[in-house]
Design a protein around this ligand. Structure first.
Ligand code: DQA
Length: 151
């Protein structure tokens, strides 16, 4: 069992509205409910998680830069920035902290403009379409990956 893995969970724009935001698409759980699920999953996995939500691209980028040396992995739902932000992609590829991308909805079943992710090509992988479970599955996959690369 590996020691002291710390994971940064980043939630992008509008995810603070979860619970009231298009519940037919995103479900009825609030962001705090999802963070609780993640903390519970983290405890089961024996890792620690820190969560941050921002509606601002620069804040997300700063927190990605600051992850270097503090976190071993990043779990990110960049929201709409997934489809627009080369800057977030460059931040993630710049620090090279292993990253898993998650989405509540299946972005490939939705509008064409949601089919492209700037993050996916530089991520370990992407989980999309399982609602809040996407986050838990993503956390498990990320921890599994990090443990597999430990010597
Ligand atoms: C989302 C999908 C994005 O297209 C959208 O802009 C979001 C949420 C999801 O979790 O399904 O804000 O990332």
């Amino acid at each position: 069992m590996s020691t002291n893995l710390s994971i940064l969970v980043l939630h992008g724009p509008n995810l603070n509205l979860l619970g009231m935001r298009e519940p037919d698409i995103y479900g009825s759980l609030t962001l705090e409910d999802i963070n609780d699920l993640l903390r519970n999953e983290a405890e089961n996995l024996g890792v620690s998680v820190s969560t941050l939500q921002s509606n601002h691209e620069g804040i997300l980028i700063d927190s990605i830069h600051n992850a270097l040396g503090t976190y071993q992995g990043i779990l990110i739902n960049a929201g709409a920035y997934t489809h627009t932000s080369i800057a977030i992609r460059d931040a993630l590829s710049g620090i090279k902290v292993p990253t898993v991308e998650v989405h509540l909805s299946n972005i490939y079943r939705r509008d064409d403009f949601r089919h492209n992710s700037y993050i996916a090509p530089i991520a370990i992988g992407q989980i999309s379409g399982f609602g809040a479970q996407s986050y838990c599955l993503g956390l498990k996959a990320l921890v599994n990956y990090l443990r597999s690369i430990e010597s």
